[in-house]
Design a protein around this ligand. Structure first.
Ligand SMILES: Nc1ncnc2c1ncn2[C@@H]1O[C@H](COP(=O)(O)OP(=O)(O)OP(=O)(O)O)[C@@H](O)[C@H]1O
Ligand SMILES: [Mg+2]
Length: 430
């Protein structure tokens, strides 16, 4: 163990009681910018100095560097402990110089690394799964099993995430004892609960935090969260609450690692593009259609704001080569320019009812999204019907739906029944 003095003023008070929490399963969830990642990175550094060996994982390996890896390095510097570690950027490992205890990083998509990863000394004592809602229940079970072997430390799996929908496996597996604010707290052996805030029993501890718990936010950060206009985003990212599924447009989708379980061979490939510019990204989708089994595979996405036409053309040529790309027809000039620049862009036909028709068509398929398409996963998760539609015609809330639009355009030629129909709320399940 390395003796080390910690300045607690650098840690948000709400998290301090959890610095030494020993529960096997620990869930830190809630709103965006509530300080979860910063706290857990800080704790990982302190724990490694105590002799714990910690594995930090996310679903997709290439997202680790910009998130957890940097968080942990920043935390070590904040604690003035960076000099106590040997840092290997290539392998993504931090090793305590005096003891050999380690912080290791791996993506769940790097199967070989996950299987073989072992600390330099002793056994793994901790797994921290960041953005745990990206992972399947099976991923979690596999990681839980990695915590074996003798150790003087208790073994712990820590999960951090923003909530999503209540039918997520995390909610089903861990929140049966959880009470929301205003509900009566559950009682039971070893249960300690503050409704809406925390819950713990012999096995699990859960803490919910929001931006209000984070002392280190600027006034601008707070305002952005308080002024969030979308109901779903406000619920999930500002208040840190689980959303109810009833108003989701798409529930017929799931995430898979399509590099490991690729779609069947010889499916036809489609590309669709939605134009954006300053704030809105230009969004392009590559998908494959399995008509027989009624499946759409979203294999790759491209989503980037601020591109001028020639830059977009370069990106599209790298993304789709000479394949045909069906584009938003609202911008014929962009399409003409892309064609001049060597992109096989064609306009979508877009009838008067094409939005609802495309949505209803997609709802008839199972949509399987590759885990690396995180923007698409976010859009599908947040796509809701507009509230307060009283005339019987449901419409989705527009805004964060660029890739979904691109997906509709991509598969437009497949949506053959192009009659203008009025869709009732009942028909879409509202
Ligand atoms: N202990 C701290 N010291 C300094 N800054 C902090 C600390 N905790 C949080 N912050 C600041 O608050 C910001 C948000 O914190 P953090 O990223 O940990 O939130 P989060 O709950 O993980 O958010 P999200 O749900 O969006 O991932 C950080 O980028 C950092 O600027
Ligand atoms: Mg975070």
């Amino acid at each position: 163990m390395v003796t080390f003095e910690v300045d607690l003023s650098g840690i948000n008070p709400v998290y301090r009681p959890f610095l030494k929490d020993e529960h096997r399963y620990q869930l830190y969830f809630g709103g965006s910018s509530s300080g979860k990642s910063c706290f857990l990175a800080t704790r990982a550094v302190l724990d490694a100095l105590q002799g714990r060996n910690i594995l930090i994982v996310r679903k997709v390996q290439r997202t680790l560097h910009a998130s957890c890896w940097n968080e942990v390095l920043k935390a070590a510097r904040r604690l003035r402990a960076a000099g106590l570690f040997r840092v290997n950027r290539t392998d993504m490992t931090l090793t305590v110089k005096r003891t050999g205890a380690q912080i290791l990083f791996a993506g769940l998509d790097d199967v070989e690394k996950i299987k073989s990863i072992t600390p330099l000394t002793g056994s793994l004592t901790d797994v921290w799964i960041e953005e745990a809602t990206e992972c399947t229940r099976d991923d979690f079970k596999q990681l839980d099993k990695r915590l074996r072997g003798p150790s003087a430390f208790s073994k712990r799996v820590t999960l951090s995430f923003n909530p999503t929908w209540r039918d997520h496996w995390l909610f089903r597996d861990f929140f049966s004892g959880w009470a929301e604010e205003g509900e009566a707290a559950r009682t039971g052996p070893q249960v300690r609960a503050v409704p809406g805030r925390s819950y713990s029993d012999a096995r699990v501890s859960i803490l919910r935090t929001t931006y209000r718990d984070n002392r280190f936010l600027t006034a601008d950060d707070r305002r952005a969260l308080e002024e969030e206009a979308s109901g779903y985003y406000y619920t999930v990212y500002t208040l840190g609450q689980w959303g109810a599924r009833g108003d989701a447009v798409f529930t017929n989708w799931r995430v898979a690692d399509l590099t490991r379980e690729p779609p069947p061979d010889s499916l036809r490939v489609y590309y669709g593009l939605d134009f954006g510019f300053a704030r809105d990204p230009s969004a392009c989708v590559r998908c494959e259609l399995d008509r027989k089994n009624r499946r759409v595979y979203v294999t790759h996405t491209l989503c980037e704001a601020g591109l001028v036409v020639w830059e977009l053309a370069e990106r599209l040529k790298a993304f789709a080569g000479r394949a045909r790309i069906v584009c938003d027809s609202a911008d014929p000039r962009c399409i003409a320019e892309l064609r001049q620049l060597g992109v096989r862009a064609t306009p979508a036909r877009k009838g008067p009812d094409s939005l609802m028709h495309g949505i209803q068509w997609l709802r008839g398929y199972q949509i399987i999204v590759d885990a690396a398409c995180t923007d698409m996963i976010r859009e599908l998760g947040a796509y809701c019907w507009k509230e307060g539609v009283s005339d019987g015609n449901p419409t989705p809330r527009r805004g964060d739906d660029h890739l979904i639009d691109a997906l509709r355009y991509a598969l437009e030629s497949e949506q053959t029944r192009r009659v203008a129909t009025l869709h009732s709320r009942k028909e879409v399940g509202l």
